[in-house]
Each structure stands twice: as structure tokens, then as C-alpha cells.
Design a protein around this ligand. Structure first.
Ligand SMILES: Cc1cc2nc3c(=O)[nH]c(=O)nc-3n(C[C@H](O)[C@H](O)[C@H](O)COP(=O)(O)OP(=O)(O)OC[C@H]3O[C@@H](n4cnc5c(N)ncnc54)[C@H](O)[C@@H]3O)c2cc1C
Length: 382
């Protein structure tokens, strides 16, 4: 180890920013050097994408600049990571090479629409920031027809978000006075709305979307998309506007480095360690098993909690302490109703024998808390 240990963080999203800040808030720059590398120079809280779609936000007023990290003596490098060399403790980007004492991989999940034949030509990607204002325009002009929201792979980021999108779209169309002539269909490969939240919460979410006349079609496994047509394994469906959640994979460099196999994610435990000494992984790029057939959902709150866990473990190592922190598996995701209220899905994954979830009442107070959640992240991290 060099005199001042160097923590290299790949990805400045929820996981990377929470880890960087926890480290810097605990140790000054004389005790730890921190570098964050990201190919883009901005951060956005994921759910702001839905506000760009419904027109209450623009991209420009929803982002924070990663360059602000410099003010906290956290180095920020805007570049693409091209190689992770775990045997030699270094990482290469398109233009530089960085050595590290500790590595935190927080590179998120990559959207892979190309895995579904015909999707890129015939549908929009609900999660791609480049598609959001086009989706908004389409929703501002649609007068009649069918909107299809389709989940095309599991796991995907923030399981409630597409349901929330359907409710916000319902609300937009109601305000425009065209809702009665536009049908909204929701297709999921899963048998229930939110498998990660269990059958009880799933039933409540189903009732919520049904109460707004959004048709939920379960077990609809997509094969391909044609012009105005979804082809599922066992059926077909027409649409006029398709908003898809494409399959998610890890960044290519993760497979190249051998950290994950096939189209999977980096397997971790609650200490967020990888099999490589002083190499940690957090957030959407990982897979953390909770119970049989269940992993920690891909959500910002969990990436954040894992980022803090890793920071604590690195601080212990730097201070030559024995203690090892474990991710507590607690968090909550807001779900906006489209009627100026929100409920919160509360999750506790590890306290009891099996994960517990609870859906709170939909209130305007929860909607204020959701808005505050975003403000707080942007102001405390950047
Ligand atoms: C519409 C929507 C709504 C959501 N709502 C919620 C919500 O209400 N609550 C919640 O908790 N979560 C929500 N999420 C999910 C949340 O945004 C993600 O789970 C979270 O961002 C994951 O954090 P992360 O740090 O693992 O990855 P990310 O935040 O995705 O960060 C990964 C970073 O790595 C960078 N990167 C990737 N590859 C490279 C490379 N090769 N070189 C350099 N940089 C690279 C990326 O540019 C990115 O900045 C939502 C997501 C969406 C899309």
C-alpha cells in the first residue's frame, strides 16, 4: 500500500456517491485518496425520469454535476472504464491507467434493448434518458389508441417504477381529457405485479392500477416486437405506443474481467466483498441473494446502503480494525399514485427469517418525502 491509500470508485451513481461521501466524511484527504470515474459527468435520481416524462421536470433541472465532488477533495475523472485488472490492482480507461489499494465497483446495470428483436425500431425505452422528452411529446399528442408498457426482462431497476409510470401517464391523459379513448396495457413476465415485494403488496399494487383502468397482463414473456405488435411466447398484442423496460445486463468490462458470468451480475454477500482482496461491488451491478429465487432488488436505496457498508469496511481496514460491517437490507421505494399522493413500499430483507415488506397508505405527505429524498441526495453528495 502507498503512503496514502487510494480508493478507486468505478461509477458515480447511488452506490459510488454514497461510498465516496461516507469515506470522505470519515477520513480527511491526508488519510485516504478517493477517485470516482464515470463516463458521464452528471448524476440523476432515477425517479426524476418519470417527472421528465410527465412534463413536471426537464433533464437540465434534474441533474447534479459530478465535478462538484472536487470540492470535497474527491477526484472526479470523466472517462470510460475499459479494463479491470484484478491481478495487478489497476483499472484502465480509454485514456489513462489507475492503480488502487481498494476498488469499489458501482457501475450499475446496462439497458440492453438489442436483446429483443425489433424493440429498438418499434418502441421507446422507458428508462433511457435520451428517450424521455420524446415519450413526453408522444403522450402530449396521443388522442386515442393503445399504450403498452412492457417489462422485457428480470431483474430490472426499481421494480415499482414501471407501475408508477403507468399511473403518472394515466394522470397526464386524464388531465388532457383523452383518457377514455386511450387504453393502457401493462405486460410483465412475472406472475404477480411485484414478486420482490411478495404476494400481499403485489395484490395491493394490482388493485391500485386496476382502479385506474390499467390492464395488468401477467406471465407475458416477450419474444420480439414488430411494428405495432408485441409477440409474446404464448400470445400477441397490438399497440400504438410502446414504452419498454428492456433487459438489464452488467457492463461489458465486468464480464471481460471475469467478475460475472453469462448475462448475470457480480455475486456478493452482505459485506459486499468480491473474491478478490480489497475489491468490493455494490448496487445494480451485483446480485445479493436474500432467499431462494430472490435477490436484493435493483434500487438506489439499496445501492446507497451497500455503498455505506463498503466505506465502513474500507475505513476499518485502513485503521487496521477487525470489525466488518454488513448491509442491513432495509429501505423503501416510493410509488406515486398520479393523484398527488404517494405510498412507500417498506422493505426489510434480513432482520427476520424471510424478507418482510409493507405498503403504506398513499398520502400527500409521502409525496413531499419523495421530493425531499431527491433534494437530500443531490445536496449531501454533490
Ligand atoms: C425510472 C426509474 C425510477 C427509479 N426509481 C427509484 C426509486 O424510487 N427508488 C430507488 O431506490 N431507486 C429507483 N430507481 C433505481 C435506481 O436509479 C438504481 O437502482 C440506482 O441508480 C442504482 O445505483 P448504482 O450506483 O448501482 O448504479 P447507477 O446509479 O446506475 O450508477 C452507475 C454509474 O456507472 C457508470 N458507468 C457504467 N459503466 C461505466 C464504464 N464502463 N465506465 C465509466 N462509467 C461507467 C454509469 O455512467 C453510472 O453513472 C429508479 C430507476 C429508474 C430508471
Amino acid at each position: 500500500m502507498t503512503n496514502i491509500p487510494h480508493v478507486l470508485i468505478l461509477g458515480g451513481g447511488f452506490g459510488g456517491l454514497s461510498a465516496a461521501n461516507e469515506l470522505r466524511n470519515s477520513l480527511p484527504s491526508s488519510e485516504v485518496k478517493i477517485t470516482v470515474i464515470d463516463k458521464k459527468d452528471w448524476f440523476m435520481v432515477g425517479f426524476a425520469k418519470l417527472w421528465i416524462i410527465n412534463g413536471t421536470r426537464t433533464f437540465e433541472n434534474s441533474i447534479g454535476s459530478l465535478k462538484e465532488l472536487e470540492k470535497k477533495e474527491i477526484d472526479f475523472v470523466q472517462d470510460e472504464v475499459t479494463s479491470i485488472n484484478l491481478e495487478d490492482n489497476n483499472v484502465e480507461t480509454k485514456s489513462q491507467k489507475f492503480s488502487f489499494d481498494f476498488l469499489i465497483i458501482s457501475m450499475g446495470a446496462v439497458l440492453a434493448p438489442q436483446k429483443i428483436p425489433g424493440l429498438e425500431e418499434n418502441g421507446f425505452n422507458l428508462y433511457d434518458h435520451n428517450h424521455l422528452s420524446k415519450i413526453h411529446d408522444k403522450l402530449q399528442h396521443i388522442e386515442s389508441g393503445k399504450i403498452a408498457i412492457s417489462i422485457m426482462g428480470m431483474p430490472y431497476k426499481c421494480p415499482p417504477a414501471p407501475f408508477e409510470a403507468s399511473l403518472l401517464i394515466d394522470s397526464m391523459l386524464r388531465k388532457r381529457g383523452v383518457r377514455n379513448s386511450v387504453q393502457i396495457d401493462f405486460y410483465s413476465p412475472a406472475p404477480i405485479t411485484l414478486p420482490a415485494a411478495g404476494p400481499e403488496v403485489s395484490k395491493q399494487i394490482l388493485e391500485l392500477v386496476n382502479s385506474e383502468k390499467i390492464n395488468f397482463h401477467n406471465s407475458s414473456k416477450i419474444k420480439s416486437v414488430e411494428q405495432n405488435k408485441l409477440i409474446f411466447e404464448n400470445s400477441e398484442a397490438d399497440f400504438d405506443l410502446l414504452l419498454a423496460v428492456p433487459p438489464h445486463v452488467a457492463p461489458k468490462v465486468i464480464y471481460d474481467s471475469g467478475l460475472a458470468k453469462d448475462s448475470g451480475f457480480i455475486p456478493i454477500d452482505r459485506d459486499c466483498k468480491t473474491p478478490f482482496e480489497n475489491v468490493f461491488a455494490v448496487g445494480d451491478v451485483t446480485s445479493l441473494t436474500v432467499a431462494e429465487n430472490m435477490t436484493v432488488p435493483k434500487a438506489g436505496v439499496f445501492a446507497e446502503g451497500e455503498g455505506v457498508t463498503v466505506a465502513k469496511n474500507i475505513i476499518s481496514k485502513i485503521q487496521a480494525k477487525e470489525s466488518s460491517a454488513l448491509f442491513d437490507g432495509k429501505g423503501g421505494c416510493f410509488i406515486e399514485s398520479g393523484r398527488d399522493t404517494a405510498s412507500l413500499i417498506e422493505v426489510d430483507m434480513f432482520t427476520n427469517d424471510k424478507p418482510s415488506t409493507n405498503l403504506t397508505e398513499s398520502t400527500s405527505d409521502n409525496l413531499s418525502k419523495k421530493i425531499e429524498f431527491e433534494k437530500e441526495r443531490l445536496s449531501k453528495w454533490l
